[in-house]
Design a protein around this ligand. Structure first.
Ligand SMILES: Cc1ncc(COP(=O)(O)O)c(C=O)c1O
Length: 410
């Protein structure tokens, strides 16, 4: 650990909502000598990855792309390859990541209709519907939505948003940030008729950061021909030209691709529906713990609850956060004393929340480590709750709801 005099025994557990733990299979797959990305058999690695990514996005019609970049670049890939400067998009802001995508859109020259929404809520579908219905000249070219707002632990209703767009017969593209939802919770590219999905490697894909992973619908792909936003490194056309033969337009991070192959195999072996169910079960246990501690979530109602991250709310000035610094204290104690990383409060919710990530390669035992350590850190920070109440409630939930996908114990 940086600055630590002695090696910290055990390993640093990652319970921030990304980067997540890397499974041994993925780690080993990446630990190989460097390879020639122009070798004649390189397409044997690349082509199946691009094909199998469709099964992760739950699409048969979409086209996946992999950029050596992060989720932020994925946002730009989506906008710059389909739109022109001055084009109008509709989006909402209810957390740091929905804010950052909005900010990026402005900075690349788009016009943005922004619906500011209280943090702790998600995409305001009804408001969007009214705005789209009033857009008679179809000036809005894209509806941009953050599926899982990682800063507040809020999941939005993308199926509902698509339905609303259909009801008012609006032709805008539907672009969805699935950075902290894809490969973890239900994300149905075809069923929800998503036009562009954006993800990154360091969350549900259980890899290091370094890949922006996207999927484009046919309609979104076609828009590259008219899109005038400037692009070079992030131009999908260069990928279209080379991916078809199993290559990249530049040197790809081959070890990350090896890891991605292993990660896709793990996800597909488990089965996407089982992956979704596992995340839901683990999240329910964490939520049971938060309730038993007498605390609440930043997500304002159960319909917004995220199955990948819980942001635990400590109201500044309240008995448990009189000095307004308790959330930061819990995070610092957890890190320095117990060697686990929790998610910090970002921007508007800084100092008001600490976050437990429950996405990626997790099971009950690992989540127990998170909950038990959070209890110790909260005790140390002087937060009032009954020690053992959260771990007890989670244990009760998980024992009553075992992972049905696992082999039955005789
Ligand atoms: C929902 C969401 N979108 C986008 C991003 C940005 O991704 P990156 O940090 O990989 O650029 C993040 C990062 O945490 C995120 O949680």
């Amino acid at each position: 650990m940086p600055g630590q005099k002695l090696r910290f025994p055990g390993r640093n557990y990652l319970f921030a909502p990304g980067p997540t733990h890397i499974p041994t299979e993925v780690q080993n797959a990446m630990n190989v000598p460097m390879e020639d990305h122009r070798a004649p058999d390189f397409p044997e690695l690349v082509k199946p990855i691009l094909k199998d990514l469709k099964k992760i996005f739950l699409t048969t019609t979409g086209t996946p792309f992999i950029f050596p970049a992060t989720g932020t670049a994925g946002w730009e890939v989506a906008l710059a390859n389909t739109l022109s400067p001055g084009d109008k998009i509709l989006t909402s802001r209810f957390g740091q990541f929905s804010h950052l995508w909005y900010d990026l859109a402005i900075r690349i020259g788009l016009e943005v209709e922004l619906v500011d929404t209280p943090w702790g809520e998600g995409v305001p579908v009804e408001k969007f519907k009214k705005i789209l219905a009033a857009d008679k000249d179809k000036k809005i070219k894209a509806v941009v939505a953050c599926h899982n707002e990682t800063a507040t632990g809020v999941t939005s209703d993308i199926a509902g948003l698509r339905k609303a767009m259909n009801q008012v017969k609006h032709p805008a593209l539907l672009m969805v940030d699935g950075v902290s939802s894809i490969a973890s919770i239900p994300f149905r590219f075809d069923k929800w008729k998503i036009d562009i999905a954006v993800s990154g490697s360091q969350k549900g894909f259980m890899l290091p950061a370094g890949l922006a992973i996207l999927c484009f619908s046919k309609k979104a792909l076609a828009m590259r021909k008219t899109a005038k936003c400037k692009r070079c490194f992030l131009d999908i056309q260069d990928h279209i030209n080379t991916n078809k033969d199993g290559f990249f337009p530049y040197t790809p991070p081959v070890n990350l691709l090896r890891g991605l192959r292993a990660s896709i195999d793990l996800l597909l072996d488990e089965g996407m529906e089982n992956v979704f169910k596992r995340h839901n079960r683990l999240a329910n246990g964490v939520r049971a713990a938060v309730k038993a501690w007498g605390l609440s979530l930043a997500a304002k109602s159960p319909k917004w609850h995220s199955d990948t991250v819980s942001a635990i709310w400590l109201e500044p000035g309240s008995a448990n956060n009189k000095n307004g610094k308790k959330a930061v204290e819990v995070i610092n104690i957890a890190y320095h004393r117990y060697n686990i990383s929790l998610g910090a409060g970002l921007s508007q919710v800084a100092g008001k929340v600490f976050r437990i990530g429950h996405l990626g390669d997790n099971n009950e035992a690992r989540m127990m480590a998170a909950l038990g350590t959070v209890e110790m850190a909260m005790m140390d920070a002087g937060i009032k709750f009954r020690p053992g109440s959260g771990t007890g409630a989670a244990a009760k939930y998980w024992c009553a709801n075992p992972n049905k996908a696992l082999k039955k114990i005789k």
